[in-house]
Write a protein that binds this ligand. Structure first.
Ligand code: PLP
Length: 360
């Protein structure tokens, strides 16, 4: 608290990110869903070729080379794509652009009660009323819970975090069909790790109210450059651009734009990396099940696991931490029995399994 802060900051409850090890500290880091593999080798070439004299100049405001790369990958056009400084920024701008302030409407944005914990933070920071819709048994999102309800918008992470469960495209259609008059945001931070799922971006030409948000932090191994994007009807993209230009006109720097473009266009490397992570996820799941863990069917680059009776989630989290293995534990009702474990390399996951076995 400070008398120099305004009321908003004095009452804010910010998002808490997973802990970052100190420089030089040796840990197995499985706590913030980063990719264990380096980015595409094309990134090194782009950085080697980069002319530092270009850094004198402001970057292109829209990150148009990145927009074009995204459009190419998803069969869209540049005016369907918005680029921001990480998808957290893109999500923040979506909240400011699409969801109505509580003092203007009685209607809330609907979000699952167990989901990305940034959603309630954005809501409160931007004065949007947020209604948390309870998940069903087994962390299942029932599309019917989002149909026929008064709201100013809907936001759902798919696959959901931290539960790792995927909602099929048909269920997203149901929600879109039932809510033609409000924006529906699908946060696909982890969709590239879902097997047999077609991105909701494939529905953009059918639904004017659909906005799909993605990031380069996970499947492209670029959490360090901060690049995220949204895809939707040009009308929605124009709204986001207006919000951006009322906040920060240059969210993508010159280096990040080049790097993101190169990584997006290297489809072969991207596919190979996603496949490796999916294979390691399956191995990790089967090993955990053998030890008596209860898991959801993960379609992400992490698993959501409840330890067997011998040990509770918090004790196991602390034990692993003392051995230099960081995973994520949420001290909150319902989810405090579970652990979120990011998929690392095969060696990292083998070390994790050894460490867990020692605790049981
Ligand atoms: C990681 C994550 C993001 C944020 O990604 P950045 O692009 O790194 O800001 C957004 N949504 C969900 C659900 C995430 O897990």
């Amino acid at each position: 608290m400070s008398k120099y802060w305004n009321k908003k900051i004095n009452s804010a409850t910010p998002y808490v990110a997973g802990e970052q090890p100190k420089p030089g500290q040796k840990v197995i880091k499985l706590n913030t869903n980063e990719n264990p593999y380096p980015p595409s080798p094309r990134v090194r070439e782009v950085l080697a070729d980069f002319d530092i004299a270009d850094l004198r100049l402001y970057p292109n405001t829209g990150s148009d080379i990145v927009r074009d790369a995204v459009a190419k990958v998803y069969g869209l056009t540049r005016d369907n794509v918005f680029v921001g400084n990480g998808s957290d920024e893109v999500l923040a701008l979506c909240w400011q652009t699409f969801f109505e302030k509580e003092y203007n409407t009685g209607k809330a944005v609907l979000v699952p009660d167990i989901s990305y914990s940034f959603y309630p933070v954005f809501s409160s920071f931007y004065d949007v009323r947020c209604e948390c819709v309870p998940l069903r048994e087994g962390f299942y999102i029932d599309p019917e819970d989002y149909c026929g309800r008064e709201c100013c918008g809907i936001a759902i992470a798919n696959p959901n975090a931290p539960t790792a469960r995927l909602m099929p495209l048909d269920d997203i259609r149901k929600i879109l069909d039932a809510n033609p008059d409000v924006p529906v945001l699908i946060d696909e931070a982890y969709a590239d790790f879902a097997e047999g799922y077609t991105t909701a971006a494939s529905l953009i030409n059918e639904y004017k109210n659909l906005i799909v948000v993605m990031t380069l932090s996970k499947s492209y191994s670029l959490a360090g450059i901060r690049m995220g994007f949204a895809m939707g009807d040009p009308e929605l993209i124009t709204g986001l651009t207006m919000a951006r230009d009322s906040f920060n006109s240059y969210p993508g720097d010159r280096v990040a734009q080049k790097v993101a473009e190169a990584a997006l266009l290297d489809r072969e490397y991207w596919e190979e990396t996603c496949k490796k992570i999916i294979a390691t996820r399956k191995w990790t799941e089967s090993e955990l099940v053998k030890l008596g863990f209860i898991l959801t069917d993960s379609q992400a680059n992490f698993v959501w696991a409840k330890p067997p009776k011998q040990i509770d989630a918090q004790t196991l989290y602390n034990a692993l931490k003392s051995k230099g293995i960081l995973i994520r534990y949420f001290n909150k009702p319902v989810i405090c029995d579970y652990l979120r474990i990011t998929i690392g390399t095969d060696d990292e996951m083998a070390a994790l399994m050894d460490a867990i076995r020692e605790e049981l």
